[in-house]
Write a protein that binds this ligand. Structure first.
Ligand code: SF4
Ligand code: SF4
Length: 444
């Protein structure tokens, strides 16, 4: 029997944590940087099966050309992000999973030659044509989840949606790429909102933005007013608390709906899309433009923290060099923010679709000690879980018992380990526990 000790003990669910923002790049306008001379494009840039290469060494490719096709099912295609010559297929350590993955390298010719793009008027496209254009563009969730977007927005008739929830929370410290996009390109985001509202047949869209981004809020409100989309599209200012941007947290805050363990927002008629994904949908459906670049915040211990519009496949080193280099005491690079970011083993790690931030920092060498049972992790968990139990169960090898503590409800936000006085990397234990439980056939 599954237990919820919090309910038994009458402990209230916490509302998250307040880590310092460190949004030092918030006032830096998005800067388009030149295309890199060389890109490395891993075949796994999304949740699901890796893409299958369809080019070979020596082939000349143009920007936007499909170079690896979706394997069908849960997968997404990958496009050339510079023009030039394909090198022999190689294997790299994935910047997202840490596992070896095949990767296509392109040596650039410096010409930035594009494939011919085929624009369209979204109003004249059928639902199937819209989904096909999103799929053909290789779009995945750009907020970090990297779930293939064409699957998320292609609702079966027996599972209709009623609300589109637009995620503009960007709650992780340091990251400002979505903030800048909302300030600088609100119309493009709204174009994506309109396309999805039509595709999903929903009459309501809510754009959720943390209230520490007043410029983004006013930018989106002005764009909604200008497009006369109110009241079907509204902007909701949300309390700035980490992890407001986690889907389940945002749904609870905005709509008061609880997504059950193992369930998905779409089961409850809610489709959540990140603002950058919506802009990419507009690019694909209106302009026929594949996903070859994104806005990424390069910040932390770099000379000039910036928000760069960059082609995928550029290396972390190349990105850091665009920002004046890193300081001498920096020795650690994360893709993502300090709470959920993934440590990179090398400066050669390439920018992939889900990389919203390159954070340069000094490695955190705090020593893990034994749990002192202070209960702080329980108080901080926005999902009402008991993180300390995951640590003790994984340490003792009591894997099967983990499901009694709703392990798969954990969104891996890291709020529990944020100020654990014993410096326990709780999320690492959670990831191990989930992997082992899956091996035992546990439901995720
Ligand atoms: S915050 Fe750390 S020390 Fe306190 S109960 Fe949780 S795991 Fe144990
Ligand atoms: S990582 Fe999981 S257990 Fe820890 S606070 Fe977030 S949801 Fe709760």
């Amino acid at each position: 029997m599954k237990v919820n000790l919090l309910e038994l003990l009458g402990v209230r669910r916490a509302e998250g944590v307040h880590p310092p923002g460190f949004k030092v790049a918030a006032n830096r306008a998005i800067e388009r940087v030149p295309s890199p001379d060389r890109v490395v494009l891993p075949m796994s840039q999304h949740i699901g099966a890796p893409a299958k290469p369809i080019v070979k060494a020596g082939d000349e490719v143009c920007v936007g050309q499909l170079i690896a096709e979706s394997c069908g099912g849960c997968s997404a295609g990958i496009h050339a992000t510079i023009s030039g010559m394909v090198k022999p297929l190689t294997t790299i350590i994935s910047p997202t999973s840490g596992e070896p993955v095949p990767a296509i390298i392109i040596e650039g010719d410096g010409e930035d030659r594009w494939v011919d793009l085929v624009p369209a008027d979204p109003a004249t496209l059928s639902s199937e044509e819209i989904v096909t254009r999103i799929s053909a563009a290789g779009i995945v969730g750009l907020g970090g989840a990297a779930f293939p977007t064409h699957l998320k927005v292609n609702r079966p008739p027996d599972s209709p949606a009623h609300t589109l929830l637009v995620n503009g929370a960007e709650c992780e410290p340091y990251i400002t790429s979505d903030d800048r996009l909302m300030i600088e390109s609100p119309d493009r985001i709204l174009a994506g909102v309109r396309i999805l509202m039509r595709l999903l047949s929903v009459e309501r869209a809510i754009i959720g933005i943390e209230d520490n981004k007043p410029n983004a809020i006013s930018s989106m409100i002005s764009a909604v007013d200008k497009a006369k989309l109110s009241p079907s599209v509204e902007v909701a200012a949300l309390p700035a608390k980490y992890p407001m941007g986690a889907e389940k947290t945002m749904i609870r805050s905005v709509l008061g709906v609880e997504i059950p363990e193992g369930g998905f927002p779409t089961d409850m008629g809610i489709v959540v899309q990140n603002v950058a994904t919506l802009a990419a949908i507009a690019d694909a459906v209106i302009d026929g433009r594949p996903l070859v670049e994104r806005v990424v915040t390069v910040t932390g211990k770099v000379a000039h923290p910036s928000n760069l519009l960059v082609r995928f496949g550029a290396s972390a080193k190349w990105l850091i060099d665009q920002c004046g280099g890193m300081s001498e005491d920096a020795d650690s690079i994360l893709f993502g923010g300090p709470m959920m970011g993934i440590a990179q083993p090398t400066l050669d790690s390439p920018l992939v679709k889900s990389t919203n931030c390159v954070l340069v920092k000094k490695a955190d060498l705090r020593i893990e000690r034994g749990c002192v049972r202070c209960g702080r992790c329980i108080e901080r968990c926005p999902m009402g879980l008991m993180p300390l139990m995951y640590v003790s169960h994984v340490k003792k090898g009591m894997i099967e018992d983990l499901s009694d503590y709703h392990l798969f409800n954990c969104v891996e936000c890291g709020a529990c380990s944020y100020d654990c006085p014993a410096n326990i990397p709780i999320v690492s234990y959670i990831k191990v526990g989930k992997a082992k439980l899956r091996q035992l056939g546990g439901k995720s």
